[in-house]
Design a protein around this ligand. Structure first.
Ligand SMILES: [Zn+2]
Length: 238
């Protein structure tokens, strides 16, 4: 095989390796963002539930004060009832007492129901907080693994890039430029093997003349159809 082509084949595989590693980096980033979003969503659920509990607590406080007032009022009315002389006054006070008693029992029921709601909400809140803690832990574990893998990938990319940079100046400039030109559209398949007498880039059957040129010369041979650089796969050469 042409010596420059052999080097370009290495360059192509370095580029492919780098592209794969960069893709892995992007996937890691996406996965990390997904977990972060779940953690944040849980946090926002927690803050919603806390707000709901706050509202319920305020309502409870309001109704509790109202109940106290009602009880005070009821006590006063009951005292008043004992010191009343006329039938008419007695009737008026009795009606007031009835109304206050009804209010009292309605408020007591509402307070009971509010307390139950708050208890339920608090239970839900504790579950959410537990889940949030677990998720944070999961995130931390992932982030540790991710950052370790990121370091590995980056140092691997550095290593490959260095090797590539060392190899590049040793390749014939004209051939290198030609390769880069093809690679612009071929994106990682500028150099392809010949498989079953066809170009492995565009899959067009090659003429006997092209195949002979490949077998008998050390020149770089281009696919007459797509223009990619061709080489004979060592395994299928025989
Ligand atoms: Zn082709």
């Amino acid at each position: 095989m042409n010596a420059d082509l052999k080097k370009l084949l290495d360059i192509q595989s370095f580029d492919k390796h780098i592209a794969d590693l960069e893709l892995e980096l992007r996937k890691i980033q996406q996965k990390e963002e997904r977990i972060l979003n779940v953690v944040e969503a849980k946090l926002s659920q927690i803050s919603d539930v806390k707000e709901e509990i706050d509202e319920l607590e305020k309502d409870l406080k309001f109704k509790g004060d109202l109940l106290e007032e009602t009880i005070d009022n009821l006590n006063k009315l009951e005292l008043k009832q004992n010191s009343i002389s006329t039938e008419k006054q007695l009737q008026a006070v009795t009606t007031e007492i009835d109304i206050a008693r009804t209010n009292k029992s309605v408020l007591e029921e509402k307070i009971e129901s509010l307390k139950e709601q708050i208890e339920q909400k608090n239970k839900g809140l504790r579950e959410l907080e537990d889940r949030h803690e677990q998720l944070k832990k999961t995130l931390k574990d992932y982030q540790e693994r991710f950052s370790q893998r990121r370091e590995e990938i980056n140092s691997e990319i550095d290593k490959i890039s260095k090797t590539k940079e060392e190899l590049l100046p040793t390749i014939d400039t004209k051939i290198l430029r030609k390769y880069e030109k093809i690679n612009k559209w071929a994106k990682g398949t500028a150099i392809v093997p010949v498989e079953k007498e066809a170009c492995y880039g565009c899959f067009m059957k090659l003429t006997p003349q092209v195949l002979t040129l490949l077998q008998d010369t050390d020149e770089i041979v281009y696919c007459p159809n797509c223009g990619r650089m061709l080489y004979l796969d060592e395994d299928s050469e025989d």
